[in-house]
Design a protein around this ligand. Structure first.
Ligand SMILES: [Zn+2]
Length: 121
């Protein structure tokens, strides 16, 4: 076996190890981002719940109280924006694109969404 062959094998092993390390870093990163999305979604649920409770309170008492729907809806907008940002980062790491209609991840070169049938530009 010549040195050249051994060097080539070594290089191949190094490249594979590097790409495996990169892959696992990406998986960890994607998992973190998914946890952040789940947290944001649960925050959204809480806001919706508090809006619902305020509506019921208003129905019961006939008074609006000091509840600010504007503030709650603003918080919803903010949370949805965060979710969109997080999903965009996930798509970047997974090398996918997000269907604008159903928000599912699709192959970057997909022409149609395989979930909702949306046609991509
Ligand atoms: Zn879709």
């Amino acid at each position: 076996m010549g040195m050249e062959f051994l060097d080539a094998v070594k290089e191949k092993i190094t490249m594979t190890a590097k790409s495996a390390a990169k892959k696992s870093t990406e998986i960890v990163e994607i998992t973190k981002l998914k946890v952040a999305v789940a947290e944001e979604m649960s925050a959204i649920d809480k806001i919706f719940r508090s809006i619902g409770e305020a509506i019921y309170e208003t129905y019961k008492t006939g008074e609006e109280g000091d509840f600010s729907f504007e503030e709650k809806c603003g918080a919803l907008d903010e949370a949805y924006e965060k979710v969109e940002d997080l999903n965009a980062r996930i798509a970047e790491l997974k090398n996918t694109k997000i269907c604008p209609t159903c928000k599912k991840h699709m192959e970057k070169d997909a022409l149609f969404c395989s979930v909702c049938g949306e046609r991509f530009e």
